[in-house]
Design a protein around this ligand. Sequence first.
Ligand SMILES: Nc1ncnc2c1ncn2[C@@H]1O[C@H](COP(=O)(O)OP(=O)(O)OP(=O)(O)O)[C@@H](O)[C@H]1O
Ligand SMILES: [Mg+2]
Length: 213
Amino acid sequence: MFIATISPRSTGKTTITAWLLHALHERGYPVSGFDADESEQLYHWWEARPEGSYPFEVHKEASARFHLEAPKKLPDGHIGAVDCGHLENHSGIGWSVLRVADLAIVACAATNSDVERMDELPMDFFINQVIPKRADKKRPETWVLLCRVQPSSVVAPRGIRKTLMDDGWNVFTTEIPSVQKYSSTGEGVPITAAGSHFDELVTELEQRGLIKK
Ligand SMILES: Nc1ncnc2c1ncn2[C@@H]1O[C@H](COP(=O)(O)OP(=O)(O)OP(=O)(O)O)[C@@H](O)[C@H]1O
Ligand SMILES: [Mg+2]
């Protein structure tokens, strides 16, 4: 299966994809990474991996032929976690990824402006446009992940969650806080996901039946 991390603009997709790959791997899921962003940031993190970190493949696949090429590179039983470029400027690749994604994680920073950018794309329309091109002719399972949530802030993320849910979005219970541990992700930086919010996200994915071994 493919899990695509998407958003209209820069929100935290590459960070989420890198940590999710590690969290899934540490929990015993075979994983492969796919960098579907022309910036190749995830690929560079993987290339510069320190000993013992990123113990899986990351493929470069920033092309509107993603739906044709990436499935050939995904071994049976692997979860392919895909880092997409932001959809406002990389729509062709985004559509191609969504043609084969089983789960789309919409990375939304917990700010009003990020919710507004989802409305402006509009994100819902963007995802629905791909339905006729998909093998199952269905919308991919789609969940919003609130990220970069200010640790001290309770009221603002709660309001944003409510707005999104009132608009019909599924929103993960797990939230990713804005903390140094995640902002430090980069080339040469090892990741240990056990006990992190991404470990918690894997549990939620399992409990919601969105992934299985
Ligand atoms: N949970 C977090 N806490 C603190 N900082 C974060 C967190 N997640 C991401 N960041 C920071 O936010 C910025 C954007 O993150 P990232 O590059 O992962 O976003 P992106 O959506 O992949 O962006 P782009 O679309 O430009 O590729 C980076 O500086 C990153 O370090
Ligand atoms: Mg990125």
